[in-house]
Design a protein around this ligand. Sequence first.
Ligand code: 2HA
Ligand code: ZN
Length: 273
Amino acid sequence: MNSILEGRDGLRTVVEQIAEVAGYLWQKGWAERNGGNITVNVTEYADEAIRQMPAISQPISIGCVLPQLKGCYFYCKGTGKRMRDLARRPMENGSIIRILDDCASYVIIADNPVMPTSELPSHLLLHNYLLESGSTYKACVHTHPIELVAMSHNNRFLNTEVLTKTLWSMIPETLAFAPLGMGVVPYAMPSSIELAEATLEQIKKYDVVLWEKHGALAVGTDVMDAFDQIDVLNKSANIYMCARNMGFEPDGMTDEAVTEIQQVFKLPTKRPC
Ligand code: 2HA
Ligand code: ZN
C-alpha cells in the first residue's frame, strides 16, 4: 500500500520526529501500555493531492466547534496504540485526519483507518487556541512522567507558584528551557471536556501543565520542543526526589540566582507567538 509519506520529505521528517519522541517516551518509562498521546498540526504539508484524498472513515464528531481548525490536517497517535510500537511504525499506530468544513467533525485520510487518541478533543481545543492566538506552535504531547506525577500527589505542589519555583531552583537549565514554568490542572477524568477546558486555561499562560495524579501535557513549536520542556521539568522533579531520598529537603537556587539567570538570558515571561 502507498503511504501518504511517499514523495513528501517535509511530512516524512515530521512523522519521523514523532516516532523518535515516541521512542524516548517509552524508554523513559513514561508511556506504559497505550499511555500518552501526540498530535501535530501538519496543515503546511497538505498539498493539492492531499486535499483531494478521499476519506477512509465516516465523519466523526469532535464534540465541540473549533472554527480555527477548518480544513486543517493533523497527525494523531491512535487510540489504544502503544508509543513503543509507534516509534517503529508511526503510520500503523497513528493516522492523518482532516477537519471538515463544519469545524466540528473530522475524517481519517491516511494511511490506515486508525481511530485517533482518546484525548483528541483536548488536543484540538489547544490547537484551535494556538492558531487563534497567532502562535507558531504545532505540537501537543501528553505523557506520564514518573517524578512529576509523584509530586502531583502532594497538595503543596498543586500550586503553580510553589511547583514552578521548586522545579526552576533545582538546576539552571530547567529555568532556561522551561522559562514559562509549569501550570497545574486539578484532577479530572481522563479524556473529559472538563480536563480539556481546564488545560486550555493553563496553556494560555504555560507551555507545560501538570495534570494532578495523571501526567503532563506540553505544547511546542514541534514535537521535540514539547518533549524537551517536559523532560527538563521532570529532570528537576527527579533531582528533588533524589535529594529527599538522601534524607534532606534540597536548598534550591536562591531567588537572586533565579532572577539573575532570567535577566542575563533575557528569558521570556510570556509565550512568543
Ligand atoms: O492515551 O494517556 O490520558 C492514553 C492516555 C489518556
Ligand atoms: Zn494519560
